[in-house]
Ligand binder design. Structure first.
Ligand code: FE
Ligand code: CA
Length: 534
């Protein structure tokens, strides 16, 4: 398995203190690693920095590990290990209660939960301009192997996280959960509690990890109480979410592979246009949102460059599956029409809809995806596709068709190009979020044309907690096989012969202790894109 894009080393730009007391002590334990996330010049320059972990730690207001730990972007031989220092998680300025000083964080990864069999360790210097986030790339790991990790600063030790590297070669099985849309005001995270109890290779997060709206007083409320616009606001909002114990449990137990949708910036933003912002093109807000997303997710990516952060990437799981993780916001053209103030639905009078060629993925990502779908070598091609691809007619009150143009329905030419590429690829399966419903759809080579071939199934994961759409579209979307008006997540199991998708649904989204049960199970056989319920 590889991250099949030429990523610059995310640690190459970072500053690492040399020769702190902590680093010297760690090296004395006999661990060796010449990777770039280690002290660059070794212990012999111990006086160069003139700072120690202890001196930084002494300035902390308290336990800095309130936001938990996470792993992400697993490969057969490496794993991102994440935390973010925040002794006062809900400090109003978004600083987490940290000063501007850098802080040395000791990281440890072991083959056992008690850390008796240390595999590697090092010191990572958390910086204020990166929100005191930590993104360690732990390397030289074994495939399909369970590891435990933790962080230490001064007297404080983080919770222990567990992660498993991905299998290599010819794995017999891949298991993942698909998560999306987790507004914390509208529901608890029973879905994450249940997910954390499962044995899964990874969690594919398709976006709306946070919402940018004002925090709403209620059973629980995110901070701040206003719409978030600047970096401090976004950092504070992420901190609110990361405090949830069930989300923390899922992160501590399962590696995440995350992309984003619109609410990581603002509702229905597309390209550089942020509809709810006063100017409509608020690049400062977008840059702040991207920076905070990067700081708060366990991703193997460089930090953003202003309002630019390429998050599309793919993962090969041996010869079993390739996961194409897509970004369908940053590089997209505007939808064909967008009546004031922010109506993105086409009620039939949007003449430009079929005329222009608009891009959804952007030129570079589109070419990259085409190449990845064409290159073969795997049984399954899983598309981590934030917004619905197959087409949904939500229906206008007068009985006319109604298409939401912020999904692929607003980008018919780009969709047609993608569908053609998918039709030529091995066993494409579309995994989708955004719609606040569960759905099973047949993806036809020509959307809404029942006579055109079915080229893939599309499984739309239920939202974790965001308010349900609850509009029955079954009568208007003939290729819709099932619609679920539930919260939860999608559990996917992939073998060389079959893919199984289970809709895990929450009985009471207001209750973190709610039961979670399987509401529907669908299978698709390798070689046949027509899915069936079992
Ligand atoms: Fe959402
Ligand atoms: Ca969305």
């Amino acid at each position: 398995m590889t991250v099949d894009r030429n990523q610059p080393n995310p640690f190459s730009r970072r500053r690492f203190l040399t020769g702190s007391v902590a680093a010297a002590a760690l090296i004395a334990t006999g661990c060796s690693d010449d990777g770039p996330n280690r002290t660059a010049t070794g212990p012999s320059t111990s006086s160069a920095a003139g700072r120690t972990t202890t001196s930084h730690a002494a300035k902390l207001a308290g336990d800095p590990f309130t936001l938990g730990v996470a792993s992400g972007d697993p490969l057969p031989d490496r794993m991102i290990l994440w935390t973010r220092l925040a002794p006062d998680a809900l400090a109003a300025d978004g600083s987490g209660g940290m000063t501007a000083d850098p802080v040395d964080v000791i990281w440890e990864i072991a083959a056992d939960e008690r850390f008796a069999k240390m595999v590697d360790n090092g010191v990572y210097t958390a910086l204020a301009d990166q929100g005191h986030s930590v993104h360690v790339d732990a390397k030289a790991l074994d495939p399909a192997t369970e590891y435990w990790y933790r962080f230490r600063v001064g007297e404080w030790t983080s919770p222990v996280g567990r992660a498993r590297t991905l299998p290599a070669d010819s794995p017999r099985r891949l298991t993942l959960a698909v998560a999306n849309c987790q507004m914390m005001e509208t529901g608890a995270y029973a879905a994450y509690r249940h997910m954390a109890e499962q044995d899964l290779d990874l969690v594919l997060h398709l976006g709306d990890y946070i919402y940018e709206y004002p925090g709403v007083p209620g059973a629980r409320m995110s901070q701040p109480d206003r719409a978030i616009v600047n970096l401090g606001d976004y950092r504070l909002r992420y901190a609110s979410y990361h405090l949830d114990p069930d989300l923390q449990a899922a992160h501590a137990r399962l590696p995440f592979v995350a992309t984003w949708d619109d609410h990581e910036v603002a509702n229905n933003y597309m390209g550089d246009v942020v509809p709810a912002s006063p100017t409509g093109a608020d690049l400062d807000r977008k840059a702040a949102a991207y920076q905070a997303w990067w700081e708060n997710l366990p991703v193997r990516l460089d930090p953003p460059d202003g309002a630019v952060l390429d998050v599309y990437r793919r993962f090969d799981i041996g010869n079993l599956a390739r996961i194409h993780v897509l970004d369908e916001r940053q590089h997209a053209d505007l939808p064909p029409c967008r009546p004031e103030p922010d109506n993105t639905t086409d009620f039939g009078d949007c003449d430009a809809r079929s005329a222009e060629d608009r891009t959804r993925l952007g030129t570079d990502q589109e070419a990259w995806l085409a190449e990845g779908l064409a290159k073969g070598g795997v049984t399954w091609n899983l598309l981590g596709n934030p917004v619905v691809l197959a087409g949904v007619d939500a229906g206008a009150p007068e009985g006319d068709p109604a298409y939401y143009l912020d999904v692929w329905d607003g980008f018919p030419q780009a969709r047609q190009r993608l569908l053609s590429q998918m039709a030529d690829s091995a066993n494409p399966v579309v995994l989708t979020g955004d719609y606040h419903q569960g759905m099973v759809l047949d993806v036809h080579e020509t959307p809404f044309d029942e006579t055109s071939p079915i080229i893939a199934p599309e499984f739309m994961a239920c939202p974790i907690s965001s308010v349900l759409f609850s509009q029955d579209v079954t009568g208007r979307t003939p290729h819709l096989r099932q619609q679920l008006d539930n919260h939860g997540y999608l559990a996917v199991e992939v073998t060389p012969d079959q893919l199984t998708a289970r809709f895990q649904v929450v009985a009471d989204v207001a209750d973190a202790a709610s039961a979670v049960t399987t509401a529907a199970t669908w299978v698709v056989d390798a070689g046949d894109p027509v899915t069936r319920q079992v």
